[in-house]
Structures are given as structure tokens and as C-alpha cells.
Design a protein around this ligand. Structure first.
Ligand code: A2P
Length: 411
């Protein structure tokens, strides 16, 4: 007698690479991901392979799959004990089930037959992007960086306390590109005794250093005093960073990110849309372009940047000092007393003609970074501007995604 063997692709998280940032657990729409003090795990009996968690994962630890007999799927209890992923085993199959298992290949791979249409932006970098290094340092083997600068960017009078923090890596290698991020391990533990998980921040400086030629980088960090509902809450890692003094050491993991990267061909155009601390990667890309400018870069830079008020807009001064023929800066303020509320998408519509001209050019690359809520409004504005200028949005959107030209990073 033989037994039919049902084979599944089991979704697993690599404990060696995962930085325990909680993004996957927050993203999973059906509660299939959970964690203990050791690991983040996926419950095979709940996971429907919707892939929603895959692209938000900063490290790629989430993108692991094993072919297993359904009855022998790894339990969450078993996954909690792992230090590394198990190897793909050869499935012992009966003659009758051999055919069913015939398509199952050994090793890791993407889940087959799943339409990843939940992804709104590109998952590939621009063709001319430099090759990034990722996951050089993990939560088990972080790198120590020294704080060499910590400056408040927003006016003392404003409620919003945003800091520009410069970290130096000394003689240790930490190669980064604009658009990449790092994670910080805050010291201490939660009230129930678990170590704090790592928090991710976009790099705000160019690849050749916050100070050109130095092995350092900068972050844009906002002190967190309330949660999304306005209730009092202290941000564990952000507040730790904002309070750091020159000379302090921090534990760093990363770098992360292999698609939100800038094109390197000099005639490429950057359309950058951000709010608040989402300005970090835009600052990095703008600065790199500024440094390369004399070397023949001819591409256009257009920036839409939203903040509550001028006093709360990080980097307002330096931004205003950039030459007008280098970058087209558009600032949207939502809470200026006596002025109507304006969001970045409102300004984009006001500049529809120029945005449409950029959309028409195959050398234009679009970057969106900031509040989750802005994503929908910005994509809608892009769609309306495209459609109204005779560029049907659906095929254009598809093309932008496919060619690594539409990059979204919201939180
Ligand atoms: P708002 O005044 O409505 O909060 P923050 O300071 O919280 O980081 O926000 C940065 C800016 O982004 C603020 O001007 C904020 O406006 C704005 N904002 C909030 N929601 C959206 C949205 N859905 N689309 C675009 N901008 C938004």
C-alpha cells in the first residue's frame, strides 16, 4: 500500500540573517509570523504564501523556502530553537507520489506560481546602479561605530526634534550606497526581559562619506514621543540615538537594501518625493549628484518635500542653498498657520506639466520615502498626471516597476 504525499513549499526565516526588526510580523496580514526571545518564525498552517512580508524585509532573511511533506512541515516550536536554517532534504516519496513531487527541486527558491501583484514599486535596482554590499554585519556579529556628530536639525521652538547623527567606522569596512539603510541595536531590554530588536534607518549621506573621503555616514532620526494615535510613547531606539553624545559607541547591523538605489549614468533624472525623515535617502542621492556634478552629470533633479512647517523641515537651510539649476525644490507645508494644508501630492499636481515631462523620459527614476499614508496619494497623483498628459498610467507603471525606476520606502 502506498500513501499520497502532499508536498508544500514551506516559508521560513533565516535566523542567521534576520535582524529581529519585527517588520514581517507587522506586515503579515493573517498573523502567520510570530517571535520569541530567539527567532522570528512562520506558521505553515496559517501562511498562505501571499508574499506581503517579502519585499518590506530589509535583509532578505524572509525569502527562504523548503520543499517538505505537508505532514512534516517544521513546527513553530522547532523553528524557535534554530540557529540556522535546515538544509533542503531529499523527499522520500512513494511511487504514486513521485509524479506529484517531480517538479520539486532541491535547494532554496521562490514560491512558484504566485503572482506578486501586491508590490507597488520596483524590486530591482536601476540598470546603472552600483553593486551594493548587504548583510556584512548581523545581530550576532554587529559592528561598533563611534558617534562623531549629533545635531538638532529642527528649530528649538518646534515640537519636532529631528537629529542629524554622524557615525564613524574607523578602520572597519562599511561600504554603503545612497538609498541603503542600516540598523541599530539599542542597549537594554523590554520590561518582560527580551533584548530590544534592531531598528532600521536610511542613510542620509553619500557613498564616499558624510565628510567626503571619510569612513563615516549620517542618519536622520526623529525623537518619538507619541504613537500613531497620539498617545504618549517613547521611541526606544530613536530616542537613544537622539540622546547620544560625541564619542559614544553604537552597535550597527547591515548595510541593507539592494533595489532602492540611484542610477549612476550621469544623464539620468531623479524625481524624489518625501516627507519628514524620509528625506534621508534624498539628501544622500542629491549630495552624491552634487559631488559628481562637475564630472559631467546632466540629469535633472526634482524634489517634492513635505513637512508640517518650515521650522520642522529637516535640512531646510542647506537645501535652499543648492543652485536652482541643479535641483528643482518644491516644499509642501501642512500646518503653517493661516495657510491651507498642502501635501507633496498637491504640489506635484501644481507642477503637473514638469512632472509629466519627467515621466515621459525613460531616464527618469522615481523615489518615494516617508509616511505610509503618502504612498497612495503620491501614486494617485502620478497616475492622474500621466493619464492627463496622454501617458496611460497602467502600462507606464508596469514599465517603471519592471525597469527598476519606481522605488517606494514608506513606514
Ligand atoms: P500632517 O500635518 O497632516 O501630519 P510628520 O511630521 O508626521 O513626519 O509628517 C510629515 C509631513 O507629511 C506632514 O506635513 C504631514 O502632514 C504629511 N502627511 C501626513 N499624511 C500624509 C499623506 N497621507 N500624504 C502626504 N503627506 C502626508
Amino acid at each position: 500500500m502506498s500513501v499520497h504525499l502532499e508536498v508544500i513549499k514551506q516559508h521560513l526565516i533565516d535566523p542567521e540573517i534576520c535582524i529581529r526588526c519585527n517588520t514581517c510580523e507587522e506586515t503579515c496580514p493573517i498573523g502567520a509570523i510570530s517571535h520569541d526571545g530567539n527567532n522570528y518564525v512562520v506558521d505553515a498552517s496559517i501562511c498562505n504564501l501571499c508574499m506581503a512580508c517579502v519585499s518590506p524585509c530589509p535583509t532578505g532573511a524572509i525569502d527562504n523556502w523548503r520543499n517538505v511533506a505537508k505532514t512534516e512541515a517544521y513546527s513553530v516550536e522547532e523553528q524557535f530553537t534554530w540557529d540556522e536554517l535546515p538544509k533542503q532534504t531529499t523527499l522520500a516519496v512513494s511511487a504514486e507520489s513521485a509524479e506529484a513531487a517531480a517538479n520539486v527541486e532541491e535547494g532554496e527558491g521562490e514560491a512558484e506560481g504566485i503572482e506578486v501583484d501586491t508590490v507597488l514599486g520596483s524590486t530591482l535596482p536601476p540598470w546603472s546602479a552600483a553593486r551594493p554590499y548587504v548583510n556584512l554585519y548581523t545581530h550576532k556579529a554587529p559592528i561598533s561605530a563611534t558617534v562623531v556628530g549629533n545635531y538638532r536639525l529642527t528649530a528649538e521652538t518646534s515640537e519636532s526634534d529631528v537629529h542629524h547623527i554622524v557615525l564613524d567606522f574607523g578602520q572597519m569596512p562599511f561600504p554603503v550606497l545612497e538609498g541603503q539603510s542600516i540598523a541599530i541595536l539599542p542597549p537594554g531590554s523590554t520590561p518582560d526581559g527580551r533584548v530590544h530588536h534592531a531598528r532600521q534607518y536610511s542613510i542620509a549621506s553619500a557613498r564616499d562619506g558624510e565628510r567626503r573621503g571619510y569612513n563615516n555616514l549620517s542618519l536622520t532620526v526623529k525623537r518619538v514621543t507619541t504613537d500613531a494615535k497620539g498617545e504618549a510613547r517613547s521611541g526606544v531606539c530613536s530616542n537613544y540615538l537622539c540622546d547620544l553624545k560625541k564619542g559614544d559607541s553604537v552597535q550597527v547591523i547591515g548595510p541593507f537594501g539592494s533595489s532602492f538605489l540611484m542610477p549612476n549614468h550621469p544623464n539620468s533624472h531623479l524625481l524624489m518625493i518625501c516627507t519628514g525623515t524620509g528625506s534621508a535617502p534624498m539628501r544622500a542621492m542629491t549630495e552624491y549628484r552634487r559631488r559628481r556634478r562637475l564630472k559631467g552629470a546632466t540629469g535633472k533633479l526634482m524634489l517634492f518635500f513635505g513637512a508640517r512647517t518650515r521650522e520642522e523641515l529637516p535640512y531646510f537651510g542647506p537645501l535652499m542653498n543648492l543652485p536652482k539649476d541643479f535641483i528643482d525644490v518644491n516644499l509642501a507645508y501642512s500646518r503653517t498657520p493661516g495657510q491651507p494644508k498642502r501635501y507633496v501630492q498637491d504640489l506635484m499636481r501644481e507642477r503637473a506639466e514638469d512632472v509629466a515631462a519627467m515621466l515621459r523620459d525613460d531616464s527618469t527614476y522615481i523615489y518615494v520615502c516617508g509616511l505610509k499614508g503618502m504612498e497612495e496619494g503620491v501614486l494617485q497623483a502620478l497616475a492622474d498626471i500621466a493619464n492627463q498628459s496622454g501617458q496611460p498610467w497602467e502600462p507606464l507603471w508596469k514599465k517603471l516597476k519592471q525597469f527598476g525606476r519606481l522605488h517606494l520606502e514608506t513606514y
